[in-house]
Write a protein that binds this ligand. Structure first.
Ligand SMILES: Cc1cc2nc3c(=O)[nH]c(=O)nc-3n(C[C@H](O)[C@H](O)[C@H](O)COP(=O)(O)OP(=O)(O)OC[C@H]3O[C@@H](n4cnc5c(N)ncnc54)[C@H](O)[C@@H]3O)c2cc1C
Length: 393
């Protein structure tokens, strides 16, 4: 057993935690980052899971939610720096489309997104009708849809590679990295102790809990965190080399259909570790809440809900009628939402800080959320001139 002391320990080496650790280390703070590696076989794994076990997450500056647009603007600005410092590239700047009905029910989505883009001067093209169809010939958007196309500094990130880059950069700045699951955090006389499954015990003045959905695990945070965790099924369309090459310039897409029946998002062709190339669609129509950590683990092991996956697949084939694919497969993941739509970044006690609730957009914004977590862990506050609302329950 080793026992070491730090200024700050970050628990959870995921998207937000790895970013927080890098920022802390670069601030000159004696930092440790503790979290397990991705399980090799999900179905057989009994420990914690994470929402970054994938090859692609959409990144874009335009968002209907002002804070989330601002978080991603700040994060995207630093992608190149993180790639360089970590020696790992993770960003594919293929562009992104955000689209939704321009009038009537649901129009808030795209109109708020446009307002935020205009206010912050985010470069984009507004397209509709024949101009939209001519510009993006692979998509059959119905009449009445307004699409905002971000041609640059948007597209997708590889979340695994993003985490690797942040960890490498944190390590090179002096952070201590421990690959283990934390089973308990205790606090006494102004000092916190972090107990790991392998027997290590680390001590620190502050502990940042950035365990994603698993921040709800007993023994980590002193107060239960009021995030709502939802089961998500994703559908993967396997493409052959010719179809992947044909769609090579495809942007990422976030789309609210006119019937508001689902919330789909689509990733362009991405090569996966199995050597195959897939287009991915997610954004289930039905929100199934997972009430306990045991349910989350079961869900991650399940591989998703085939009926939800089939519904997503229908949306994709409707939107991309010319898509040629071999097969469709499904997988499972979870998203964590806070009641007011902001991430939780706040001290729960003298020593323990919560950093979680990605609200479906935590990947694109991860480096900024990590920076804000580092700020709060070192006694700072979230800048009110940039971000609005509460970051605590
Ligand atoms: C299907 C799907 C698609 C998504 N698409 C997008 C998208 O396109 N764009 C976007 O911006 N966002 C997207 N998201 C959301 C994004 O992935 C999450 O917001 C993001 O992963 C949250 O980051 P996090 O660091 O809070 O949690 P995670 O990425 O889940 O990381 C948490 C970390 O904590 C660790 N951990 C857990 N318990 C413990 C413990 N006891 N001890 C130590 N470590 C622990 C885990 O191992 C993990 O590494 C998507 C999510 C899903 C599920």
């Amino acid at each position: 057993m080793t026992e070491q002391s730090f200024d700050v320990i970050v628990v959870g080496a995921g998207l937000m935690g790895s970013a927080a650790a890098r920022h802390l280390a670069e601030m000159g703070v004696k930092t440790a980052l503790v979290g397990p590696a991705e399980p090799e076989v999900k179905a057989a794994h009994t420990g914690v899971f994470a929402s970054h076990y994938d090859q692609a997450r959409i990144t874009r500056k335009i968002d209907a939610r002002k804070n989330w647009s601002r978080f991603s603007q700040a994060a995207i600005k630093r992608y190149e720096e993180i790639e360089e410092k970590g020696g790992v590239s993770f960003f594919s700047a293929v562009g992104a489309i955000i689209a939704g009905p321009e009038v009537g029910d649901g129009s808030d989505f795209i109109l708020n997104a446009r307002r935020n883009a205009v206010t912050d001067g985010v470069a984009h093209e507004a397209l509709r009708g024949a101009a939209l169809a001519a510009r993006f010939t692979d998509f059959a958007f119905p009449e009445g849809i307004l699409a905002l196309y971000e041609p640059s500094e948007a597209g997708w990130i590889n979340p695994r590679a993003h985490v690797r880059a942040e960890i490498a950069a944190a390590r090179s700045t002096g952070a201590y990295i421990l690959c283990d699951e934390v089973v308990r955090i205790t606090e006494e006389h102004g000092e916190a102790r972090v107990v790991c499954a392998g027997g290590d015990v680390l001590a620190a003045d502050k502990v940042v809990v950035a365990c994603g959905a698993f921040s709800k695990s007993e023994g980590l945070l002193p107060d239960p965190i009021p995030t709502r965790v939802y089961a998500r099924t994703i559908a993967f369309f396997e493409l052959d080399a010719e179809e992947a090459a044909r769609l090579a310039g495809m942007p990422s897409v976030v789309y609210l259909p006119p019937d508001l029946s689902a919330d789909p998002y689509i990733l362009p062709p991405v090569r996966y570790p199995d050597g195959k190339t897939y287009i991915k669609i997610g954004g289930d129509a039905v929100d199934r809440e997972l009430g306990s950590v045991a349910e989350m683990i079961d869900w991650f092991r399940s591989g998703g809900d085939p009926s939800a996956g089939a519904a997503m697949a229908d949306i994709l084939t409707g939107l991309m009628p010319g898509l040629r694919y071999h097969s469709v497969s499904f997988d499972s993941c979870v998203t964590s939402f806070s009641p007011n739509g902001n991430p939780f970044i706040y001290p729960q006690s003298d020593c323990i800080i919560a950093l979680t609730a990605g609200n479906g957009a935590g990947a694109k914004c991860a480096d900024e959320l990590g920076r804000l977590g580092a700020l709060v862990a070192t006694g700072g506050t979230i800048p009110a001139d940039m971000y609005e609302g509460a970051f605590a329950p």
